[in-house]
Ligand binder design. Structure first.
Ligand code: 8OZ
Length: 373
């Protein structure tokens, strides 16, 4: 029998009702890094997803890089998340939190004591972050010049990942996803454009992957035995100004390393995040099938989750051919809270309004229509 998007999936003991995953989506509606009641409504509306992965959520104040993104490092934020995990569970959904440290994609004004953001190397990203002024007016501004982390600071950051993962499980999350994609701290260590270090964390592929594997090891030790943990990678994305001339050997090394851990899923963004699926870095197209094979050959057992601009037909095909176990949808979940039902019935999909993606209120957040409305 053919597997379909609507078949259940056992994610290391977490029973997903279907293979349709809500991808992590930054929405900038959490003032003071505290998720609000409208965010509970937003996720509750989307609880029919097989799995919700929350928006990227800062593990520490230092890991914060945009106005009004949520955190996991204050009691108020954790209380806010508790309300959300409860309501999603009441609706029969499953919800995992995405653990985030932005590294250099930040601004002094968002950092503790207005300090510069931290990064593998003191190289400024040709990128912007999002600030909201005292009048509530949002704007994109250039990221600040970061300072290079000392190697002696890295264990403290890994402790922040561990603490955030533990706290997340205590407030009812079903699992955690390590955000190692899209040019944030972990990805900054991986890529040559942002990592010019001459110590054990820079230079060779082995060295550039060391921080990622140390984070995975810490998080797995902390929560991996009791709940699903996944990781998100974006081998060729250019977002947040990262580049590597040889992504294939780099990411093959990474997934071989990941095979040593009992991760529940590997989440791959194919191409440029939110953009062209065939985007390429270096001289050859990235070979995603080989990446998966390398992981399997190394003994990796995690589910394979694919993402980026999947339409219903492409998603169906990826599941039916066994290319993917799970497909995550981003923008379609913004504008279609009942995406699962719409896909099941082949109903028309609502197009998202990009002007309400980041910041604002209920509009463009909790007011997208349901089929039966
Ligand atoms: C869009 C705007 C701000 C942040 C990512 C966390 O790309 C993000 C993000 C996306 O992973």
């Amino acid at each position: 029998m053919t597997t379909t998007l609507f078949d259940p999936f056992d994610l290391s003991g977490l029973q997903l009702a279907n293979r349709i995953v809500m991808a992590p989506l930054t929405r900038n509606r959490s003032p003071g890094a505290v998720p609000q009641p409208i965010t509970a409504t937003y996720y509750a509306q989307r609880a029919s997803a097989g799995l919700i992965i929350t928006e990227a959520t800062a593990i520490s104040a230092q890991g914060q890089g945009y106005a009004n993104v949520p955190g996991l490092y204050t009691q108020q934020a954790l209380d806010g998340w508790r309300t959300i995990t409860d309501i999603v569970h009441t609706r029969g959904g499953k919800i995992i939190v995405q653990l985030w440290h932005v590294g250099r994609i930040s601004h002094n004004s968002l950092q503790p004591d207005n300090q510069p953001p931290v990064a593998p190397s003191a190289i400024r990203a040709q990128s912007t972050t999002y600030l909201i002024d005292a009048n509530g007016q949002g704007s994109f501004v250039p990221t600040s010049l970061p300072r290079a982390l000392a190697a002696s600071e890295l264990p403290g950051i890994i402790d922040d990942y561990r603490r955030a993962a533990r706290a997340a499980i205590e407030v009812g999350f079903d699992g955690v996803e390590i955000h190692a994609a899209n040019g944030y701290l972990i990805d900054q260590f991986l890529r040559l454009s942002s990592n010019q270090r001459s110590d054990n964390y820079g230079g060779s592929i082995e060295n550039r992957a060391r921080f990622l594997l140390a984070v995975v090891e810490g998080v797995m030790e902390e929560v991996g035995a009791t709940c699903p943990a996944g990781i998100r990678l974006s081998p060729v994305t250019p977002v947040c100004d990262v580049f590597d001339p040889e992504p294939q050997p780099l990411f093959e090394y990474v997934v071989r390393g990941l095979a040593r851990y009992a991760l529940s899923y590997i989440h791959i963004i194919e191409g440029a995040t939110g953009g062209a699926r065939d985007h390429q870095q270096g001289n050859t197209p990235f070979d995603y099938a080989t990446l998966k094979q390398v992981y399997r050959d190394a003994g990796g057992k995690a589910a394979w989750m694919l993402n980026n601009n999947y339409d219903p037909a492409l998603a169906r095909q990826a599941i039916e051919t066994g290319q993917a176990d799970l497909i995550s949808f981003g923008r379609l979940f913004i504008s279609n809270p009942d995406l699962v039902e719409r896909l099941r019935k082949n109903s028309p999909l609502t197009t998202p309004d990009t002007s309400t993606f980041y910041g604002g209120n209920e509009h463009g957040y909790t007011d997208y229509p349901f089929l039966d409305a």
